[in-house]
Design a protein around this ligand. Structure first.
Ligand code: FAD
Length: 544
């Protein structure tokens, strides 16, 4: 069963070896023992529902607890401690677009706020109810999970938009096809959620981001329904899909989505290359992506991330052998690992790999084969389970991400890492910080940073620590010209920084769109943009 207060299936864990625990203790010190609330205790805090009865809605307390938060670090603190929790008044499970329509009409009739909910894997506060005088209904779309139409000639597949990653891929794989969208949250996140947050899968270099994969579909809005046709391309004015991509549940509920699929590639491998220094690694990775080599993935870790991943991996004897071999080839303590994904027909994959490794070699890269890549593929959706383990050991771990153009990649990366390192200096708390470039483009790259810190003595202290870290990093991103999000979206946590890249007029345009589709402000209030636009002006002043 899915954990109610953390990541993943509660039958699965990610235990750490004692050597890995020792490394952590060395880096940030021993963590305090957290005191977690039980589900039973939390259920007792759920107030009576304010919703009028409806056949699609349950008001059961446990359902309301399970839909109170997403998966951000503040969400984890809230679910573990009960601190600051606001529960939806009920949860609905629509089975069709008509049910979605009926729920929106119910919301309008009874002045109910509706939160569209896919897999609840948001890491920026997208699905959290805010305190509100009106009742709040979470609309869980997970029962809209069927493959509705599939046409191999057109390579288009239409799904219920609440389908989660594994169900979507299983239904396509049965036909010999794949969507190829694999965010790390794949186990639980849904097609509609990917669209509404502009998600990026781990193999976006080969398959494209969700923007490229989403072809059309059906959306129910308070102002009426939108049917978005799946043209291969169109010059008929602005694209309505662009208005819904990243709309974060504010403009409508996507009930059906048509996606561009492709045959399962016979080869889908990952190889590892080590570079002696970050400078050489960045040059090598940039050369490969700018050469346009058809690859599925490039993922480049800094020396600290490379060291951390090797330390946490176990396999000490093998890693010792690897490091001795690398040092003979002048790759030492500053080494950076680049994961290179190849896919497609065998001949094409062989050629892509040859060209990529040749370019890497020109920049000092040493290829070490597929062993590490296979490990990465095996564990690619397992890493999030580490958060539960670390919490139990008294550590917080969170990630943040941005993107920028090539000249600015290393300066921005250093600025974000520096901000995180210094953020808790006043409390004399070390923070372990490491980064990789996860989605590379010809013009620049995304930057994905992980930080580990000790929990505070209680929930308030832990939240204050997280807030200090997150604010320092977000301000560094904005000040150094990065986007506030490459893939996680805006939600609540990134909302104050949106004006820096959209501008006041841009935010007004977004607000005008939400008003067109949702004049009564029923859908997911307070996410993406303020309920009242004057909030953006406040932030602009604050950032100035
Ligand atoms: C461990 C972990 C790893 C992650 N890795 C990645 C990653 O690799 N790449 C990445 O891009 N993101 C990642 N994320 C973030 C998250 O998984 C994505 O934002 C994902 O797209 C959210 O999908 P969801 O179905 O869970 O949506 P939810 O969290 O349920 O909702 C997110 C937002 O979308 C809206 N929404 C959901 N469904 C619909 C719908 N059908 N119609 C209209 N609005 C809707 C909601 O109202 C909300 O505003 C990760 C998160 C976690 C916890």
């Amino acid at each position: 069963m899915r954990r109610w207060n953390g990541w993943g299936d509660d039958a699965q864990n990610y235990p750490l070896t004692s050597a890995a625990k020792a490394v952590l203790e060395d880096l940030v010190g021993a963590g305090p023992q957290p005191q977690d609330m039980t589900l039973g205790a939390l259920i007792k805090h759920v107030p009576p529902s304010r919703l009028p009865a409806h056949p699609l809605i349950t008001t059961a307390a446990e359902e309301r607890v399970r839909h109170a938060r997403g998966q951000s670090f503040p969400d984890l603190i809230a679910m573990r401690s009960g601190r600051g929790l606001v529960f939806p008044d009920g949860v609905a499970y629509p089975l069709s677009s008509a049910d979605v329509r009926a729920l929106i009409d119910y919301g309008r009739q009874h002045d109910v706020r509706l939160i569209p909910y896919g897999g609840g894997t948001s890491v920026v506060g997208h699905v959290n109810p805010e305190p509100s005088p009106q009742p709040v209904l979470t609309v869980n779309l997970s029962h809209l999970n069927q493959l509705l139409a599939f046409d191999p000639t057109e390579r288009l597949a239409r799904f219920g938009a609440g389908v989660a990653g594994p169900d979507l891929e299983a239904q396509l794989r049965a036909q010999g096809y794949t969507l190829g969208h694999f965010p790390q949250s794949f186990e639980y996140s849904t097609l509609g959620g990917w669209i509404a947050t502009r998600s990026s899968g781990q193999q976006s270099l080969g398959f494209g981001r969700i923007e490229q994969l989403w072809a059309g579909g059906h959306v129910e809005t308070p102002s009426g329904a939108l049917e978005l046709p799946s043209f291969p391309a169109s010059a008929a004015g602005p694209d309505l899909r662009e208005m819904l991509l990243g709309s974060e549940g504010r403009m409508g509920i996507i009930s059906e989505a048509t996606v561009r699929v492709r045959p399962l590639p016979p080869v889908d491998d990952v190889h590892a290359v080590f570079f002696p220094t970050w400078e050489q690694a960045e040059l090598g990775a940039r050369a490969i992506v700018q050469a346009g080599v058809p690859l599925s993935m490039l993922r480049l870790s800094t020396p600290t991330e490379t060291m951390t991943n090797l330390a946490l991996a176990g396999h000490r004897r093998l890693i010792g052998l690897l490091e001795r071999g690398l040092s003979l080839r002048h790759v030492g303590s500053e080494k950076c690992v680049l994961m290179v994904g190849v896919m497609g027909q065998p001949a094409q994959a062989r050629l892509s790999l040859k060209v990529a490794l040749g370019l890497a070699r020109e920049h000092g890269g040493v290829a070490v084969g597929r062993f590490m890549g296979r490990q990465w593929q095996k564990n690619r959706f397992r890493a999030p389970y580490l958060r539960n383990t670390l919490w139990a050991l008294g550590y917080g771990v969170d990630t943040l991400e941005t993107a920028t153009t090539w000249h600015n990649v290393t300066p921005l990366l250093k600025a974000v890492e520096g901000a995180l390192h210094g953020a808790l200096a006043g409390e004399d708390q070390p923070v372990h910080v490491f980064t990789h470039l996860s989605h590379l483009y010809t013009t620049g790259s995304s930057i994905y940073t992980t930080y580990v810190f000790r929990l505070g003595q209680d929930a308030d202290a832990t939240l204050a620590r997280w807030h200090t870290l997150k604010t320092a990093a977000s301000r560094a991103i904005v000040a150094h010209g990065g986007t506030i999000s490459h893939q996680h979206g805006v939600g609540v946590d990134h909302r104050p920084y949106l004006v820096a890249e959209k501008g006041a007029l841009g935010l007004q345009a977004i607000a005008a769109l939400t008003t067109t589709f949702d004049p009564g402000g029923l859908l997911n209030p307070g996410k993406l943009i303020e309920r009242q636009m004057q909030g953006a002006d406040n932030v602009e002043r604050e950032l100035a």
